[in-house]
Design a binder for this molecule. Structure first.
Ligand code: SAM
Ligand code: SF4
Length: 337
């Protein structure tokens, strides 16, 4: 921390930054059609932060009042030796300076790592599943096997991890499966969160064909279920309801139909050490250079302070047929979902 900086990170709009999402790799063993193109060019390994650098930058944020860390990607569990990072970051849970260490995963490697994650103090995992039909699952992920992910879920549950399923709502793809997903998740005592597709990165195909407003999904769900708004919060932007008939929770993340920026408490770090202050804006700060310039953290904290001073008020996503380009050129797998 610099002499002039306050211990906590407060942006120009008075919002406290208490949540850091960290993408540890841009690589993935799936190629979800809305996330990546089939043939991706990945970053050269030398550009990536090392695991030690990831630990250092996360720890710098924790020392500045960040209470929640989410490890994501790309697929975080395909990064070599990733458990070293979890084990190292667990010290902040032990010391009480961090409330939660968690991850978002496609579940392909969960069977292998679930018990280790739990041993590192991870209590909850978010697992992304867009279809319960093996054929459809394969078609949306291009390379994924539903049975592997299901085995991963079973291992996670056996290890005592709480599970939230993330599903991107896609027109003409899974809109007829939402009720089944609710039943599946709530039968297994998983939370379910539905996400609107966001216009991030060039993909093959037309996003306007995929966009399904969650306002429509919610209205349809209300034909079958009794939805009750609840104040449940996980530190993220989802708004939750309880479904009376199942007793389970259902979240909605609606970047396009509802602007949730006013309560934003988060920033995102890419695997190359670029800090994005908003998922939906291009402004970013390089934290790798100040880290590599000195073994002392003074310059790193200075760069963090300057970045937080520039955190924008909000994003302005639009999905527009006229505008053929994505709203932002970077893929979700770069900034981390
Ligand atoms: N590979 C991991 C996974 O799939 O959970 C973590 C990274 S992934 C980028 C994180 C989340 O972002 C996933 O739930 C994924 O479905 C979602 N996602 C990816 N691209 C998206 C897009 N364009 N719009 C909305 N959600 C997206
Ligand atoms: Fe990989 Fe996750 Fe993107 Fe799918 S959504 S391609 S699993 S990073």
């Amino acid at each position: 921390m610099t002499a002039s900086s306050s211990p906590n990170l407060v942006d120009p709009f008075g919002r406290h930054v208490t949540y850091l999402r960290v993408s540890v790799t841009d690589r993935c063993d799936f190629r979800c059609v809305y996330c990546m193109s089939e043939h991706m060019t990945f970053l050269p390994k030398k550009d990536l932060l090392t695991l030690e650098e990831l630990d250092r930058v996360c720890s710098a944020f924790v020392s500045r009042g960040v209470r929640k860390l989410r490890i994501t990607g790309g697929e975080p569990l395909v990064r070599k030796n990733i458990m070293w990072l979890f084990r190292s970051l667990a010290r902040h849970l032990d010391s009480g300076t961090l409330d939660e260490l968690t991850l978002t995963t496609n579940g392909s490697q969960l069977k292998k790592y679930a018990a280790d994650l739990k041993a590192c103090g991870v209590e909850r995992v978010n697992v992304s599943i867009d279809s319960l039909d093996p054929e459809k699952f394969k078609s949306i992920t291009r390379w994924g096997e539903l049975t592997t992910v299901m085995d991963g879920l079973a291992a996670a549950q056996a290890a005592g991890l709480k599970i939230k399923i993330n599903t991107v709502a896609l027109k003409g793809f899974n809109e007829d499966e939402i009720n089944d997903l609710v039943i599946f998740c709530h039968d297994h005592e998983f939370d379910l969160t539905l996400i609107e597709t966001m216009p991030l990165g060039d993909i093959e195909g037309d996003r306007t064909d995929q966009y399904l407003p969650l306002s429509v999904v919610r209205a349809r769900l209300m034909d079958k279920w009794t939805l009750q708004d609840i104040p449940y919060k996980t530190g993220g932007p989802a708004r939750y309801v309880e479904i009376k008939e199942t007793g389970g929770r259902l979240g909605f993340i609606t970047p396009l139909t509802h602007n949730f920026c006013e309560g934003c408490n988060r920033v995102r770090l890419t695997c190359t050490g670029t800090l994005y202050m908003c998922l939906g804006q291009d402004d970013a700060a390089d934290l790798r250079a100040p880290m590599r310039a000195s073994s002392d953290d003074t310059m790193l904290h200075q760069a963090i302070d300057e970045a937080i001073d520039r955190k924008p008020k909000g994003h302005d996503f639009i999905i527009d047929r006229e505008q053929q380009k994505p709203a932002l050129s970077r893929h979700m797998s770069v900034t981390g979902g």
